[in-house]
Design a protein around this ligand. Structure first.
Ligand SMILES: Cc1cc2nc3c(=O)[nH]c(=O)nc-3n(C[C@H](O)[C@H](O)[C@H](O)COP(=O)(O)OP(=O)(O)OC[C@H]3O[C@@H](n4cnc5c(N)ncnc54)[C@H](O)[C@@H]3O)c2cc1C
Length: 432
């Protein structure tokens, strides 16, 4: 009888698991069902490029239906599970509540921004985790420049031209670097703003930026950004904020109209409702084969799971990166296929081969197979790597074209906040 394999989440872990399962399981032996709340994979390493207008937002996503041949894709939000009855509950896009039965379940719902109880944060800060966040960041920057350009008061104008990012991991560092690069690119079209100048501040609670990469590379990244006039404040936290300012743990109050919160992630909220064991950070507990503790047919990978890190002798959980989620996706598919065929699962093995941090202005830092690269060579290596990793020839070409056009012709400065918010056909007062 055919097995029902259900995958929750269509990001890096989910897509790569489904693709490998399609190759490993004959069609008649399994039904693969992928449940996801959006019908595309968001290629997050390119999100800063979308925020900075160097990439079209549509070009940093991978539509799942274009990459999967016979996986059944169901759009909906998983709300919970009953692992004793082999069931997951789904709230579908058209508002129905469904129950799905599985023989094997792979969980990879990813993560969400980790919010801290900072007064004013939820009301005034922007996030940087989704495509909508990236577009909102770009639009807010442009809108603030438009407002600043029209203001007579120099001090208030500066307020609008000050950008604060809180959290210096991948998202924070690449996000602020690309955004500053973008502002520098378009500011000539705003004469008053050019005279006033912009201010970009990166706030980090730890003693250095980018804990994910070697200290020397992080140091280089900091030097490079400081050289561009950016302020990097380490061992500093955001204490409170309002519409017009951000107050730091040092007591400094920065007048600003734009704060972006990128201070870490936590597992997707659904993991709380799955009836599965969680570690102290809320990630699903799994063994080295990615099988959930105490369950024979439930597997978890990616940001939402605490997969023992092979590079750290399995003493700690793997870091939340797409490189890990992709490899875990492929391995978990092999393990599920083996289990369906009556075989044994194998442990996840992977050592990071390289890291890339793109900082705009043709600069990046990288380690590739132990070799450290900085500046232009690292930037070139980072772009080549992403071109290679982006699935599909057409998508690679679109990326290359976007980058080429940006390189030779600069970037557009249209503020497109109205996208996705069409005006009502008939205005309330009867005007059309
Ligand atoms: C701005 C940014 C830049 C980054 N840059 C890098 C980088 O350069 N290199 C790197 O290695 N990593 C980077 N990362 C981290 C990387 O994106 C994650 O580690 C990776 O996406 C994790 O893969 P995943 O499959 O666990 O989750 P995801 O890829 O996030 O996929 C999870 C999917 O599940 C869906 N989902 C969530 N809840 C539910 C539910 N209840 N029901 C149905 N579907 C659900 C989500 O919508 C999503 O589609 C970056 C992250 C960000 C935010």
């Amino acid at each position: 009888m055919a097995s029902d394999v259900v995958i929750v989440g269509g990001g890096f872990g989910g897509l790569y698991a489904a693709r490998r399962l399609e190759r490993r399981l004959p069609r008649h032996s399994a039904r693969i069902l992928l449940v996801t709340d959006v019908n595309f994979l968001l290629y997050t390493p390119l999100l800063p490029g979308a925020a900075a207008g160097s990439l079209e937002p549509r070009h940093v996503v991978v539509p799942l239906r274009e990459e999967l041949d016979w996986t059944d894709i169901r759009l909906g939000r998983v709300t919970g599970a009953d692992p004793d009855r082999n069931e997951v509950r789904v709230h579908t896009v058209d508002g129905r509540d469904d129950t799905l039965r599985y023989d094997q379940l792979i969980l990879t719902p990813g993560s969400v921004s980790r919010e801290l109880p900072v007064p004013g944060l939820d009301k005034h800060a922007l996030g940087f985790k989704t495509l909508a966040d990236a577009i909102a960041l770009r639009n807010r920057l442009l809108l603030n420049m438009e407002i600043a350009e029209s203001l007579p008061d120099e001090q208030v104008r500066r307020e609008y031209l000050t950008v604060v990012f809180v959290g210096a991991g991948y998202a924070g560092l690449e996000g602020i670097a690309e955004l500053q690069d973008y502002a520098a690119d378009v500011i000539d079209r705003y004469p008053r703003c050019r005279v006033a100048g912009t201010r970009f501040v990166l706030v980090e609670a730890q003693d250095r930026v980018m804990q994910e990469i070697p200290a020397q590379l992080a140091e280089f990244a900091s030097r490079e950004l400081r050289g561009r006039g950016m302020e990097i404040l380490t061992r500093t936290m955001l204490k409170e904020m309002d519409e017009r300012s951000a107050t730091l743990s040092t007591g400094e109050r920065i007048p600003t109209r734009m704060v972006c919160w990128t201070a870490g992630v936590k597992p997707a909220p659904v993991v709380q409702n799955l009836g599965l064991p969680l570690n102290e950070h809320g990630r699903i507990e799994v063994d080295a084969t990615m099988k959930v503790t105490g369950r024979e047919n439930v597997w978890a990978i990616g940001d939402a799971a605490a997969v023992p890190d092979p590079a750290k002798r399995r003493q700690v959980a793997s870091p939340p990166t797409c490189q890990h989620a992709i490899r875990q996706g492929r391995r978990v598919a092999e393990n599920v296929a083996a289990t369906v065929r009556g075989g044994s699962p194998r442990p996840f093995r992977y050592r990071t081969l390289g890291v890339f941090v793109d900082m705009g202005q043709h600069k990046a830092v990288a380690t590739v197979l132990g070799v450290r690269l900085r500046g232009m060579p690292a930037w070139f290596a980072a772009r080549t790597y992403h071109l290679m990793m982006m699935p599909g020839v057409a998508r690679k070409v679109r990326l290359g074209l976007d980058w080429g056009v940006g390189l030779f012709f600069g970037r557009a400065s249209a503020e497109l906040g109205q996208l996705g918010h069409p005006a009502a056909l008939r205005e309330p007062d009867g005007e059309q």
